[in-house]
Design a protein. Structure first.
Ligand code: DQA
Length: 143
């Protein structure tokens, strides 16, 4: 079974409570459960993680590079300015799918219009809500 990491960056642990008008009512725990279920349906072994600490995410991406594990990544605010994240994503061997619940490109804050992840992503799924994660897993399962 193909193993897939679904990695989430800062503040996404507060899904369901954090700006629900933008990010929806689904909690992080519900998201993790949904991703595992979607993965099982697609024949993927999905592991979902979230951190508010950038070094954790970098370590997970370094491990994914060594283990050639496909990654679904919502790096949240780090997406927009972390060159360490850019470098960590650059070394990935297996496909990387960038996901955002909202569509940062359509939001008023100009800082959201830049992504350090996109240059390394096989595809970007944004503005699809939580379903974007399902679409990302589907993309990886399709190979
Ligand atoms: C986000 C969009 C980012 O701009 C923001 O900083 C987030 C969440 C999204 O999923 O829509 O924290 O990545």
């Amino acid at each position: 079974m193909t193993r897939v990491l679904v990695l989430n960056g800062p503040n996404l642990g507060r899904l369901g409570r954090r700006q629900p008008e933008i990010y929806g009512a689904t909690t992080y725990d519900e998201l993790a459960e949904l991703c595992e279920g979607w993965g099982a349906e697609l024949g993927l072994e999905v592991e979902v993680r979230q951190t508010n600490h950038e070094g954790d995410l970098l370590d997970w991406l370094n491990d994914a590079a060594d283990e050639q594990t496909p990654v679904v990544l919502n790096a949240a605010a780090w997406t927009h300015y972390s060159y360490a994240l850019y470098d960590a994503c650059a070394q990935l061997v297996a496909p990387l799918v960038e996901v955002h619940i909202s569509d940062p490109g359509q939001r008023p804050e100009v800082f959201r219009h830049t992504s350090v992840v996109t240059p390394h992503a096989a595809t970007v799924i944004a503005g699809q809500g939580i379903d974007g994660y399902r679409q990302a897993l589907e993309f990886l399962a399709a190979g």
